[in-house]
Ligand binder design. Structure first.
Ligand SMILES: [Fe+2]
Ligand SMILES: [Fe+2]
Length: 255
């Protein structure tokens, strides 16, 4: 079993320095890696990023992260990324990281993702330039996720995980106002996941959402926003087994 710890939306700042560290220090006993699903800061400042960095430095398990919309607010995503990388985290945007979990190789494909909504209620690439750019950004994020997952398949990873901030499915948004679903995720992310195949999809962003969902292709989706899971992290157990074909999701049981 691969043990994947995950949390998003920890929204740290100077006044929360150190609050997660005691729980994170237990990770080597209960998990093989830690996924951070974005919104690690409140306003994306370098000062806040340094608080997160101190929380995750030298944990003894690999840390793989994506940024969230809050981590972009100060218009310094590159600096925030650099601070987190300096603390040893893999920070992904349209990229993949492969980490070891015992004898197994775990591939994580990551993107922040973006909004646009879901089938039957989604934004289209039409009209004003800013509207077209909105949808194109969402599509670029999804394309990066798909190509990263495909690369992990070619590399023969034993387990593949899609890590995003925005949601790929509407099920894990249940509890949020329906009117804001288009700002919480995009069906394009789920299309990418189902096209390339994955064993688990993890996201955050929807603080009032629901933990469990699934893509139409059968890939289990988990909303790990901290207000949703109500703890420092949640650990998911994935069996290591041969994938039958791209697009088939394996069972993921929750701990
Ligand atoms: Fe958040
Ligand atoms: Fe967010």
């Amino acid at each position: 079993m691969i043990r994947i710890a995950a949390v998003g939306d920890i929204h740290m700042g100077p006044d929360t320095r150190g609050v997660l560290r005691p729980a994170f220090e237990t990770l080597p006993e209960c998990a093989d890696l830690l996924l951070l699903a974005g919104d690690l800061t409140r306003h994306g400042t370098v000062e806040e990023a340094r608080v997160v960095a101190d929380e995750i430095r030298g944990l003894g398990v690999p840390v793989v992260a994506v940024l969230g919309n809050h981590d972009h607010h100060d218009d310094r995503p590159d600096e925030v990324t650099a601070v987190l990388r300096d603390a040893g985290a893999h920070v992904l945007e349209g990229e993949a990281a492969v980490v070891r979990a015992g004898d197994a190789r775990v591939g994580v494909a990551g993107t922040k993702g973006f909004g646009g909504g879901f089938v039957g209620a989604s934004a289209g690439e039409f009209g004003e330039p800013v509207m077209k750019e909105f949808v194109r950004l969402s599509r670029r994020c999804a394309d990066g996720l798909r190509t990263s997952l495909e690369r992990l398949e070619e590399e023969g990873c034993d387990v593949r995980v899609a890590l995003t901030h925005y949601s790929p499915v509407p099920e894990t948004l249940a509890g949020e106002p329906l009117e804001i679903y288009p700002f919480l995720g995009s069906y394009l992310l789920a299309e990418a996941i189902d096209t390339a195949g994955a064993d688990l999809a993890v996201h955050g962003h929807a603080h009032a959402g629901t933990e469990h969902g699934m893509t139409t292709g059968g890939v289990k989706v988990r909303n790990v926003a901290q207000p949703v899971i109500g703890r420092a992290f949640h650990v998911y157990h994935l069996p290591v087994r041969e994938r039958v074909s791209a697009g088939s999701g394996t069972e993921a049981s929750t701990a």
